[in-house]
Structure formats: structure tokens, C-alpha cells
Design a protein around this ligand. Structure first.
Ligand SMILES: [Fe+2]
Ligand SMILES: [Fe+2]
Length: 147
């Protein structure tokens, strides 16, 4: 199952972090002057720590999303909006359009400020996801405004 794979990735990253930290300690203890080696291991260790924490978040997000996916669909099944409800929906969607536009900018800006490449890429991916939200909601507004 995919959830097991995410858990496995978390476990692998956790072991890798511990192993890199151990390696750094050994280097220090031996008092050897290997600055370049130390720098590289430190960088990889920090990236690995980020991977581990991201897998933790991905697991939580994935499980929550699957749960909500079912709940939300059960809630709205069979709903038939009236004309006034449709008008209200358009107003609601327009408010969300503003939020989505703000989030695109927000994540772009966040990406620019983040110092770790993997987190920078993640913020860029979220910005693209927000662009998709903006486009989807825009299309819905167009559809319901002309009904
Ligand atoms: Fe990794
Ligand atoms: Fe969004």
C-alpha cells in the first residue's frame, strides 16, 4: 500500500540521518582536518532530515485527505442548488478566487526566501497548485454566472 511506502521512506530517512550524524561525530572525534568532507556530510544530513520531516507531513496529509475525500462527498451527495443558492455560490467562489490569487503570490515569495532547495521546490510546487485552483474556480464562476 502507498501509505506503507511513505512510512518506509520515513524510516529509511530517519536511519540515514542518524548514520550521517554519527559519521560527523566520528570525524570530529578523530580530529582530522577534513573540512570539505564535513561540509558535504552536514549538507546531506540536513537534506535527509528535511526529507524525513516531509515524509512525516506527507503521511499525515495523505491519510487526512483520503478520510476527507469520503466525508465531503457523502455530505454533498444529491444536493440540488436553487437559483439564489447559485448566486450565493458565485459570491463565495469569487472570495476564494482572491484567496487563491494571494496564495500564488505568497508561495512564490516564500520559495524565493527559503534557503534549502528541496523546500524551495516544494513552495514552487504549491504555487503551481494554487494556480490550478485559481483556474478551476475561475472556470466554475464563468459557468455559474451564465446560467
Ligand atoms: Fe533522502
Ligand atoms: Fe488553494
Amino acid at each position: 500500500m502507498i501509505v506503507d511506502k511513505i512510512r518506509k521512506a520515513y524510516d529509511i530517512e530517519e536511519k540515514a540521518v542518524n548514520s550521517y550524524v554519527h559519521a560527523l561525530r566520528v570525524l570530529k572525534l578523530q580530529g582530522m582536518d577534513m573540512k570539505d568532507l564535513e561540509e558535504v556530510i552536514k549538507k546531506v544530513a540536513i537534506d535527509t532530515l528535511i526529507h524525513k520531516e516531509l515524509m512525516n507531513g506527507v503521511l499525515k496529509a495523505y491519510e487526512e485527505a483520503l478520510k476527507k475525500d469520503k466525508e465531503v462527498m457523502k455530505d454533498i451527495e444529491g444536493l440540488r442548488p436553487s437559483v439564489s443558492e447559485k448566486a450565493l455560490m458565485v459570491k463565495l467562489l469569487k472570495d476564494h478566487l482572491i484567496i487563491e490569487a494571494e496564495m500564488i503570490e505568497f508561495y512564490r515569495n516564500l520559495a524565493a526566501g527559503l534557503q534549502y532547495p528541496v523546500l524551495k521546490d516544494l513552495a514552487e510546487a504549491l504555487a503551481k497548485n494554487e494556480e490550478e485552483h485559481h483556474r478551476l474556480i475561475s472556470d466554475l464562476i464563468k459557468k455559474y454566472e451564465h446560467q
